[in-house]
Structure formats: structure tokens, C-alpha cells
Write a protein that binds this ligand. Sequence first.
Ligand SMILES: *[C@@H]1O[C@H](CO)[C@@H](O)[C@H](O)[C@H]1NC(C)=O
Ligand SMILES: *[C@@H]1O[C@H](CO)[C@@H](O)[C@H](O)[C@H]1NC(C)=O
Ligand SMILES: CC(=O)N[C@H]1CO[C@H](CO)[C@@H](O)[C@@H]1O
Length: 335
Amino acid sequence: MKGFILYFIGFYSTYASPVAMLDDQYYSGTILISENTPGQYGIEDLTREVIFEAPQESDIQLYFHVRNGSADGVKVYTNDSEGIISAGFFKEKHTLFIVHGWRNQYDSPVIEVISKAALDAQDINVFAVDWSKIALLEYQEAVSAVPEVGRLLGELIKRLVANNGLDLASTTVAAHSLGAHVAGIACAHVGSECDVIVGMDPAGPLFSYDKIDERLDPSDAKFVQVIHTSAGLFGFLEPIGHADYFPNGGSDQPGCESDSIGACDHGRAFLYYAESLTTGDFTAVKCGNYTDYENGKCAGQSKSFLGQYQVDKSARGIYFLKTHSSAPYAMGDNS
Ligand SMILES: *[C@@H]1O[C@H](CO)[C@@H](O)[C@H](O)[C@H]1NC(C)=O
Ligand SMILES: *[C@@H]1O[C@H](CO)[C@@H](O)[C@H](O)[C@H]1NC(C)=O
Ligand SMILES: CC(=O)N[C@H]1CO[C@H](CO)[C@@H](O)[C@@H]1O
């Protein structure tokens, strides 16, 4: 399995940091610390001028995945509908798009883990969306390109609808980190006709709660589920879906204690989602806040389930649950 082991390492700002982090010196200003290779840290100043070339359609590649196929799928082109059919696409089946996040690509763990889990459990079409040409840029450039990447992905999806009969009413888009905002914009571009978007720890840094056209929001699809695992650090702090799930409170995940700066927490979102597609029963309880949840004040409130291929579309609002510190993560209904 190739790909970057760590994507985000840290985002430090003078506000919005719920967890104690490194030295205070990193709080002065808005910088982002990342690790490209283990032990090699880079610091990015998020206030500098952004320079990037406008993304092109060719910067976005689709890889089609089938059961028992290669872990990385087969590259397909939306101008070649026959090729898509020979790769195994059936318009009668449900379709899952998987969109990776910053510094990831077609063979990153988020793609391989979710495609395998989804195809183990469901007889569906799976398209992995590789936008690494942009996602491998510096964070600030990648964020600036997100609206255009989303629009271009929307164009590719429109072509799949026109040429291959893709049915948006039976289409789910599962997207991690920065990819969650790409997914929101892509589905908005196709008339918000996607059935479901699952935002797995949508990226927080440089995104504004108020600018819904530039981020994932409930108007992007028929139903938007959001899983928060590093809320306030790499992940978006506020609820931004129809239903928002905050495992273990949403910021610090058990088993990630030795990772003081957050990449582990951020990655848990897709591991929980993948597990929920197969065996994982992540029963959650509706509650106003995590303190109340932990104190048992929400026992008896309505229950829902994080993830699952058929997401719980009846859910609305904020849900809490606990998980184990290592796989299998799900605790079932322990409320
Ligand atoms: C489809 O587009 C690709 C580039 O994106 C090009 O190389 C290929 O020739 C095109 N195929 C057809 C059938 O037009
Ligand atoms: C949680 O919600 C309760 C109301 O149900 C409120 O009294 C309490 O202050 C809240 N706690 C936090 C930490 O926000
Ligand atoms: C031959 C083979 O590997 N078959 C597997 C194909 O995938 C399904 C679902 O993941 C498995 O149940 C089969 O064993």
C-alpha cells in the first residue's frame, strides 16, 4: 500500500484549538505543520499569497473498482463509455464515489480501505476519484483550488449520467478531509441530486462556516452525514450535515494518544466508516453535547448509526458515541 502515511500533522492558530498542542510559539499566527516523510516536518504559512494554475479536467482521474479486482482499481475515462462498461459498471447498481483528501491519491489507504469494505458488503459500482495533481500541492493552494476541482468533478459526473446512465438517486459520495468539500461542490454542481454524501472529518483549516458555497453543507445532496474525528484541528468543528456524528466527542480518538498532533484522529473517520460498511455497529445517541452524553443525561434519546452503506436518513442533529481504541472499533449499542 503506497501513499502518504500522514497527511495533516497540525494546524495552529490563535483560536479554535480544543486540544493542548506543542509549544506556544506555534500559536502566533496561522501556520500548518505537515510531515511528508516520517520525521521530516514542513511548516506552511497560511497567510502568504497563493499562486496556483487553474485545475484542468485532466487533473482528475477516475479509477473503477470491482470485487476481487486490484486494490487500486482500473483507470477509466468519461469520454469512453464502453471502457467503463467493460471495467464492470452496471447502471442498475448503486454507485459509490470515494474522494481522498490532501496529500493523498488513488492508492492511499482511504481509497483502498473503503473500496474493499464497500465491495465486500455490497454489489455496487465504485469509482475512486484521484485529484492528487491538486491535492499534492501546498495546503493553501489545494484549498484555493477546491471549488474548481469540485466543479470539474461535477462535470465528470454529469458525463457519467449522460453517457453511462449513472443514477444519481442511487449514488453515494464518501469523501475525506479536503475531499469532503470537493464532494459537496461536485454534487451541488449536478443539481444537488446525489443521494448521499458522507463527509469524513471534513477539513477545517481555511474554511469558513459562513461560506457554504465553498464547503460541504446540507444543501449539496439529498442527505449529508458528517463524521467528526479531529474537530477543531484538521477537522471541521461545527456540525455541517443533516446529521453529524462525534465519536468520542469528535476531537480526540482513543488509540491516538501517542500522536500528539492529530493525523491519527483525522484518519479514524474513514476507518470507522469502512468498518461500518461491513460489521461495525456504531450506535450513537442524540445529545446536545458530549458532557451530557458522558454523564448519561441523554440515555433514552433517539438513536442512530454512524456510517453504514444505507445511511440513517431519518437522523437530524448531533449524535455521540464511543469506540474502541483499535479495530474493531465499533462498540455496538452500549448507551
Ligand atoms: C478520452 O480522453 C483522453 C484524455 O483525457 C484521451 O487520451 C482519449 O483519446 C479520449 N478517448 C476518446 C475515445 O475520445
Ligand atoms: C451541555 O448542555 C447542557 C444543557 O443540556 C448545558 O447545561 C451545559 O453547560 C453544556 N455543557 C457544555 C460543556 O457545553
Ligand atoms: C475468488 C474470490 O476471491 N472470491 C471473493 C470475491 O469477493 C467476495 C466478496 O468480497 C468474497 O466473498 C469472495 O470470497
